[in-house]
Design a protein around this ligand. Structure first.
Ligand code: COA
Ligand code: NAP
Length: 277
């Protein structure tokens, strides 16, 4: 597969990666980068059509990829998928915990199920996938787990109580598992992306905010991002994919328990959503 990557051709040849939520947005960008450097990438999400179509796009340009259906909230199914990958490929080197759900809703109106859904997808899903790959990685002498976090919980982000709590939990999990699993040579790190316009973000904005008038919020956010991101642009899935590759490469050998912000300086200069029109 031809790669326009900054990394050397074939850097990840022979390696196997599992990317949850790899059929869209940032997850697909990560999968493209990993496959471009020779890894076989398994894309996993609820919609088998979505992941199979995404895998076909990678295969069409010469990469190695496949799609598998999994709801990361289902620990048994997650274990089954990991066992299948280890059985058919003989190894599993890289896990990217990217799957997530999100929507804006005022905290006092958030149903128990809405809270549970996001916590279960983001936080429980990250734990279930990490726990499932651990014995495979330990047995083969090591591996890389890379969690996709966010920055909104660094200061607080109204109407995102579920997602910010889940991602703060993911940050804690990253540090704990990094220390606990270092002796098995499993490096556990996280990447905190800044704003990247994906279908998922548009969907999160499009939903009605439980009685709050959301009209204009997406436009306000867009304008805010363009005006205030110090490096002057939105992020792209490739920005995150390149950091994933770095952490998965030998360059990441001595990095574990780190949470790397990739956001053009956005969170440092950010007012809260509450101060926007
Ligand atoms: N406002 C308030 N509550 C909402 C909501 C919204 N915009 N969207 C969903 N919910 C609630 C539902 O009403 C339901 O609660 P209830 O049973 O009390 O009514 C609960 O959340 C679960 O909804 P459901 O549609 O069954 O969720 P799911 O578990 O199938 O899907 C989601 C997960 C809800 C997180 C969905 O947003 C999703 O699939 N997102 C993926 C894409 C995405 O969010 N990407 C952004 C990544 S940053
Ligand atoms: P996205 O395109 O909506 O990606 C979410 C992916 O997760 C989808 O492919 C979805 O596929 C999958 N998914 C959702 N629920 C799942 C479940 N229960 N089991 C398995 N897979 C599930 O959104 P994105 O913007 O690329 O976000 C990717 C990651 O980046 C998320 O962790 C997000 O929090 C993080 N992030 C994004 C931004 C941003 O600005 N875009 C900023 C900071 C952090 P299915 O629907 O097929 O399941």
């Amino acid at each position: 597969m031809n790669s326009s990557s900054i990394f050397r051709d074939g850097l990840l040849a022979g390696q196997v990666a599992l990317v949850t939520g790899g059929g869209s947005g940032i997850g697909f960008g990560i999968a493209e980068q990993l496959a471009g450097l020779g890894a076989h990438v398994v894309l996993a999400s609820r919609s088998v059509e979505r992941v199979e179509a995404a895998a076909e796009r990678i295969v069409a340009v010469g990469g190695k990829a496949s799609g598998v259906s999994v709801d990361v909230r289902d620990a048994d199914r997650v274990r089954e998928v990991v066992t299948d990958i280890a059985g058919s490929h003989g190894r599993l080197d890289i896990l990217v915990n990217n799957a997530a759900g999100n929507f804006y809703v005022p905290s006092e109106q958030m149903s128990a199920n809405a809270w549970r859904s996001v916590i279960e997808i983001d936080l429980n899903g990250t734990f279930f996938c990490s726990q499932a790959v651990m014995p495979v990685m330990r047995q083969q002498g090591g591996g890389r787990i890379i969690n996709i976090s966010m920055t909104l919980h660094y200061r607080g982000w109204p109407m995102m109580a579920h997602a910010t709590a889940a991602k703060a939990g993911i940050d804690a999990l990253t540090r704990t598992l990094a220390v606990e699993w270092a002796s098995s040579r499993i490096r556990v790190n996280a990447i905190a992306p800044g704003p990247i316009p994906t279908e998922g973000v548009r969907k999160a904005f499009a939903a009605p905010l439980g009685g709050v008038d959301a009209s204009g919020l997406a436009e306000a956010m867009t304008e805010h991002a363009e005006r205030t991101i110090p490096l002057g642009r939105w992020g792209t899935p490739a920005d995150i994919g390149q950091m994933v590759v770095y952490l998965a490469s030998p360059g990441g050998d001595w990095i574990t328990g780190s949470i790397l912000v990739v956001d053009g300086g956005e969170w440092l200069s950010r007012p809260t959503v509450a101060s926007m029109p």
